[in-house]
Design a protein around this ligand. Structure first.
Ligand code: GLN
Length: 223
């Protein structure tokens, strides 16, 4: 019998008496403050969904606004245009540092920015997730579409709106696929980073934003 974890009396209690354990600190359930990068895309809709999901949302247009945030949402748009904007005033470097330590959620172009590798064509990114993303990967005929897709969440299939969407063409071993549309991963998480190739802010279903707010609270130690 291993000696590490049991007391010697054979009754199977933990060997550390509860009086020796540090007193559990009381955590007050704080409302997380989540930024929404407000360069392009429907950042207002993201902010509304976040507030409906129990967070305080802040529109972010300057690098110094990142400092007090508990997490960030990077919306859709055109990732190359967003990159151009971010390449001024050290915003890109500051955002890369932010997503290394705090929770982030990228949708569509935001997912492209969070990826480690970008194809079609290759471009700079924040490298927060071990995924390869292929831009504009659906042919012209179906470049925008809506599908009902099963996810790992309770509550049945989810409406997903795809607009000139990328495809996640590769996922590292630590990436959890939360939803697949056919064979394609469309919603993934790795640690404190999450990415979706669709636009959850455009559907009435709040589950994706609720999941991100839950992630942020989890990293705050509220759960
Ligand atoms: N096609 C865009 C890109 O490559 C992404 C589209 C979107 O965010 N809806 O950046």
């Amino acid at each position: 019998m291993p000696t590490c974890c049991r007391s010697g009396d054979g009754e199977g209690q933990l060997s550390v008496a509860s009086s020796q354990l540090p007193e559990k600190s009381k955590t007050v359930a704080a409302i997380p403050t989540i930024g929404v990068l407000a360069i392009q895309g429907d950042y207002e809709a993201h902010a509304r969904r976040l507030e409906e999901s129990g967070a305080k949302a802040v529109l972010v247009r300057k690098p110094e606004q990142l400092d007090p945030l508990d997490g960030i949402v990077i919306p859709g748009g055109e990732s190359s245009t967003m990159l151009k904007f971010l390449e001024r005033d050290g915003f890109l470097e500051k955002l890369a540092e932010f997503v290394r330590v705090k929770p982030s959620f990228g949708t569509c172009a935001g997912a492209i920015l969070l990826a480690k590798n970008v194809e079609n064509p290759a471009q700079k990114s924040l490298g927060a997730m071990d995924i390869t993303v292929r831009r504009n990967a659906y042919g012209r005929q179906i470049d925008s579409h809506i599908h009902e897709v099963a996810t790992k969440l309770a509550g049945g299939p989810m409406e997903m709106v795809f607009i000139r969407a990328p495809k996640i063409s590769g996922t590292g071993a630590d990436v959890d696929v939360l939803a697949k549309d056919g064979d394609e991963p469309v919603w993934v998480r790795q640690g404190k980073a999450m990415a979706a190739t669709f636009h959850p802010e455009l559907s009435a279903d709040k589950r994706v934003h609720e999941e991100f707010v839950r992630m942020v609270r989890e990293t705050q130690g509220d759960l």
